[in-house]
Structure formats: structure tokens, C-alpha cells
Design a protein around this ligand. Sequence first.
Ligand code: PLP
Length: 281
Amino acid sequence: GNLIFNGELITRSAVKIDVEDRGYQFGDGVYEVIRIYNGQLFASEMHLKRLFESAKFIRIKVPFTLEELKAKLEALIVKDGLTFGIVYMQLTRGASSRNHAFPTEEVEPVFIAYTKEMPYAGEVKPGVKALLTDDMRWLRCNIKSLNLLGNILAKQEAVEAGCAEAVLHRDGIVTEGSSSNVSIIVDGTLKTHPANNLILNGITRRVMLQLCQANGIPVVEEAFSIADMLAADEVLYTSTGVEVTPIVSIDGKIINDGQTGPITRQLQVYFREEIERQCGR
Ligand code: PLP
């Protein structure tokens, strides 16, 4: 276990986090997860930009430039000898005597990053079951905030029902998954919730939309209802962890006879090709 802790590369056991760190007490911080294939960061520019944007949204200053941070992450990956995995990073507002209002200017934000092994399962990912549940989260879901209670309660509900993901809805309108974005295919067109305050604009979602555009798959970024989803030809979900994965059952209702649909399958191929383009094979 090596970590980047406030810019230094140190061992995990040497890290000291204060009990009054605002990340620990309030979830007052942001995070980011980047996939590593063949020792290379995937879509790092988009991920790091999103980290800076999320931090700016909650008025935390990232103590590095994007280029400095990328170089530090690359050094960490080399030090860990990691070929396939993820890098997790988080930035909190720092440690200060507990008080809801921001601490004084001198309080430094606290940054950590570490890697974890995660094998690449290849382009074919079998369909999963999902359940529907209320989106109970706040109205700034576009910020990749450490506050994940609404997400973890939904995910736990899914896991206890033997499902891989919880699909969230607000009054019957599907927003996203508990840790993923959800899209449907209707008559050859991919439909997904617009990137507004109600969803996290996933990097996998964005890469997929670019791949759709490059390969002539029509896209509409429009909200869809539960009924639209259950009647769709294909349903899929995307994230750094699951890449492009079909959803073949929702609350026990079977989608596309339980099979991976042709467009989802195509997107899996395009996604694998994009991984190879960026990270080598
Ligand atoms: N939506 C939520 C709520 C998430 O937590 C995540 C990722 O963890 C995503 C969407 C997908 O984002 P990305 O593709 O950048 O991993």
C-alpha cells in the first residue's frame, strides 16, 4: 500500500487523517475514480477535469494543477506496479474544529489517492438484474460528492434483492443508477437522461455518446419514464467499473428476452476498441 497524501508518495500506514477532518465528519469533499488498463489511465483528462469542477462547485481549491496531479498518479501507478485496476482519489475541505460553516482560509484541503487491482473482464459482460427505487438524493447530483447515503442505501437494497444495480427514479422518471448511468435503446436510438443537476455526467456515458456519434448510432439526451424503460428494446448501464453492461431484468420484468441486445453488444465492442486505442492492448 502506497498512497499520495497531500502530494507526497508515502505508505498507507504513515497516513494521518484527523478525526475532525470534514470529509469524515460531514462528507465535505469530492472524489474521482479512474480506470487503469495496461498501466495506463483511461480518459484521465475528462476525469481530472470533473474532479476540478466538482471541487469548484463546493468551493474547495485543488492544491495542484491538472498536469501535476496526472504526473503524481502516473508515479503512483508505477510505484504500485499496477497493470489493471483503478485509482481512487478524494479531496476534503480539511481538518478544523467541528462547525458547519467553512473553516478559515488557512485550513488546507486534504488529498489522498491510492490504487486497487481490478482485472479487465473483456468486452463481453453478461446482462444483470436491477431493481427500481426512489431517487432520494439531493438536487446537485452532478457533483461527485463524498455524500453518498442516497446512493449506498439504494445499492444495498439492490444487493439484498440479488440485483447488481438500483435504477433510481424521481416520480416515475428514470435518472440514473446508484453508481452508474442508465440508457435505453428504442428503435435503434439510444436515449439517456440529459446531463443536468439530477445525474452525475458519467465519463463512461460521455465516451459512449462519442462512440455512438462516431459510429452512426442516433442519440437523444432526454429523460424517459419507467414505462419507457420497461418497454425498451434494450437497457444498459455504464460506469468506470462496469463499462458498458446490459440490464436484462428490472424488478423481475425481463428485457429483450433476457439477452444482450445488438446495439449494447456493438457498444461493448466500440468501448473495448476505445480502451485499446487509449491504453494499448
Ligand atoms: N452516476 C453515479 C451516481 C456514479 O456514482 C457513477 C460512478 O461511480 C456514475 C454515474 C458513472 O460515472 P463514470 O462513468 O464516470 O464512472
